[in-house]
Design a protein around this ligand. Sequence first.
Ligand SMILES: Cc1cc2nc3c(=O)[nH]c(=O)nc-3n(C[C@H](O)[C@H](O)[C@H](O)COP(=O)(O)OP(=O)(O)OC[C@H]3O[C@@H](n4cnc5c(N)ncnc54)[C@H](O)[C@@H]3O)c2cc1C
Length: 160
Amino acid sequence: MTRHRAPLESPLLTRQLQIFTDAERVIAHPVVRNRGTVGGALRQAGPSAERSAACVAIGAKMPIRTSTRERILSMGQVHRGRYRTAIGGEIACPAAEEALRDARPTGEVFAHAAQLAANACAHVSDQRGSGEYKRHVAGVLTERALRRATARAQHREEER
Ligand SMILES: Cc1cc2nc3c(=O)[nH]c(=O)nc-3n(C[C@H](O)[C@H](O)[C@H](O)COP(=O)(O)OP(=O)(O)OC[C@H]3O[C@@H](n4cnc5c(N)ncnc54)[C@H](O)[C@@H]3O)c2cc1C
């Protein structure tokens, strides 16, 4: 029931989980953000949904309730692919994630992870651009996001 605009209005969330508000800020436009809900978007599992990616990145867990039982699943278990949700299965880019795990945050590591993310990109050509263009942009944005996250984490450390 939480609408997209709600996280944007939360100073606490902005301070503690800025990636989440970064994601919300670029979702569509105010009409969609005023009406659409976080739960609906996560359930929809659109392949380019910013919030789903943010939830995977922060290791979010999703409680799934039916009338008879409740399970708590990781986002990787919830999302099974484009517009598909299910139990089990993994999304995002596991190869890039693996390359980053326990690695020092260097430019070489980021470039390697960005290349893996670009390779994993499903390059469908459509009205938004050619597959090749999207693959290239996926790599560029991955590297940029890693640099920004590192700078942000360093800034937090210095503030402590
Ligand atoms: C014009 C437009 C532009 C958009 N642009 C973007 C964008 O830039 N980035 C982005 O990430 N998304 C974008 N979206 C997607 C948007 O975020 C989702 O459509 C919206 O959040 C869906 O929320 P809703 O509450 O309307 O869900 P609904 O459409 O009502 O529901 C979607 C599905 O989820 C189910 N559902 C809803 N809530 C729950 C719940 N709590 N638990 C279990 N199942 C549930 C519903 O039964 C339905 O099957 C865009 C959508 C539109 C229309």
